[in-house]
Design a protein around this ligand. Sequence first.
Ligand code: SF4
Length: 295
Amino acid sequence: MIQQLKRDSFNSLLENCKLCPRECNVNRLAGELGFCKSGAKIKVASSAIHRGEEPPISGTHGSGTIFFSNCNSQCVYCQNYPISQLGYGTEYSIEEFIKILFSLQNKGAHNINLVTPVPYTPMIKEAVYIAKKNGLKLPIIMNILGWESLYFADLVLDFTDVFLVDVRYADDQLAEKYSNIKDYVSINKKFLNKIIAEIPQQKCDKDGIIQAGIIIRHLVLPNNLNNSIQALRNLKEWFGTEIYISLMNQYFPAYKASDYPELNRRLTIEEWTEILTEFKNLGFKNGWIQEFETD
Ligand code: SF4
């Protein structure tokens, strides 16, 4: 059951921000900004029904997806960079954010899908606590990069039903080069260990819509097949073959990708086939594979 944050705890989370592994320790309530430039209010770029997620998330009515502004990483190929890096969006009070949650429920969404919500965790937790008491019924999805701390996990586990979490890198140097984050592999592994211990089973309703569970996403990057192969091997070694994996080929060069020649194109069918072969050879039993679309 979700615990309401006491006022002191709520304030201290923002007065000394260490909501993500950067641990900037800035006082956001006093107007200081950390690496992600998030302030003391929730900032949202868009909220809408989204049908492009995995089948148990999008279902037939779509996922109630909220894209938060700002991000604590800096992926050079970010497809949402106007939101994540340039900070486009509108600030909302907790009361206004609760109205967004209910408007998605009223539109028939299967769930509330929080995309890169980490800097706003205390406000979101408060909003979900109040909304659930007042009739919000939808499962809450944390849609995150996988570079999250155990501190964050402890804050969100009591109100998160589904984690949609990336395993993007199997190589710390690549994570630093492409996303400006350190120690990705060990932080990612610790975070996954924690949530898998807490949410061991996937649960869907009679229509196949996910109500609880963990889906691990891997986005294949061009010219980086060793990274993808090692990421899949790590997953098998750490968690076995029963986990739910979503293998994605939707990469296209965006933002600063043209500064990195190896990233400045889409995936080829040959690269995708090689990753699929590895995926099958490793024996993963559950998950989804994106269709390969040719131009
Ligand atoms: S959420 Fe933002 S301000 Fe807080 S520690 Fe992370 S990057 Fe720094």
